[in-house]
Design a binder for this molecule. Structure first.
Ligand SMILES: [Zn+2]
Ligand SMILES: [Zn+2]
Ligand SMILES: [Zn+2]
Length: 257
């Protein structure tokens, strides 16, 4: 199984259009960027996408992905679903899993696209080609519903926080406990405060609380110093970073037995 961070940026991405801060200028100068949020899970030649970022086309082309087997939407924000339209005319009737509320909200934007919405509930695991996938509720005001994702396969556990502030419900934390890999959102370094997101120290605290063995921060804004500097202090993810498990564990991160 491979887990790939297709995009590690926040909603405007980095560099931000029209922004001349140190980080955005560094990104332009040295040719790095943060695409918008999406995580790809590949197992047994099946492709599961967690969210469909507005940068979807470039992300799939970069990874040579020819077919998507299913999508899970975590919540109804533009940076997490808008790229779904990139499947249009390429693949029809893609299966999309989410809670009824998220489907209803995103469905309003997707009226003209054909796909197969499948409603699932938090805390009720479902099988996706041998992987056990569970949605959990997280806290992303003012949205009425937002989800984190827990994926279990062959004794490995991967948890994706989704967009959330630090007030993750206890019931969700119980399901998220002891992951081998925790992909967690952190919009900015410590010192910044947001109503709907975490900063890096809140994210690291949550990682500690659930006993994460490895942590990677994502959904990163230009509030962080340039990547090469900030990565010395925080376990910042980068676009297309890949984590491999089981037999696939021979790429850039090793989780083999
Ligand atoms: Zn900037
Ligand atoms: Zn969001
Ligand atoms: Zn977001």
């Amino acid at each position: 199984m491979r887990v790939v961070l297709l995009g590690t940026g926040d909603s405007p991405g980095t560099p931000v259009i029209g922004c001349h801060c140190k980080t955005c200028e560094d990104a332009r100068k040295y040719g790095w960027e943060r695409k918008r949020f999406s995580v790809m899970i590949q197992n047994d030649n099946k492709v599961l996408l967690i969210d469909t970022s507005p940068d979807m086309r470039a992300q799939l082309l970069h990874m040579n992905v020819e077919r998507v087997d299913a999508v899970i939407w975590t919540h109804c924000h533009y940076d997490h679903f808008a790229g779904f339209g990139d499947f249009y005319r390429v693949q029809s009737n893609v299966v999309v899993y989410s809670s009824p509320e998220v489907h209803e909200d995103i469905g309003r934007y997707m009226e003209f696209l054909k796909y197969k919405p499948v409603e699932i509930e938090s805390y009720e695991p479902f099988d996706f080609f041998g992987m056990k996938v569970t949605l959990v509720d997280v806290n992303h005001p003012p949205l009425r519903r937002a989800h984190g994702i827990v994926v279990e396969w062959n004794g490995y556990k991967i948890v994706i926080s989704g967009d959330t502030n630090k007030d993750v419900p206890q019931k969700s934390k119980a399901v998220m406990m002891n992951p081998d890999l925790f992909i967690v959102e952190a919009l900015a370094p410590e010192g910044y405060r947001f109503r709907k997101h975490m900063n890096a120290s809140e994210a690291m605290l949550l990682a500690k609380e659930i006993g994460a063995k490895k942590v990677v921060l994502t959904h990163l804004g230009h509030f962080f110093p340039p990547h090469n500097i900030a990565v010395k202090k925080y376990p910042l993810g980068h676009d297309f970073q890949t984590f491999s498990f089981g037999e696939e564990a021979r790429l850039d991160e090793f989780f083999g037995p």
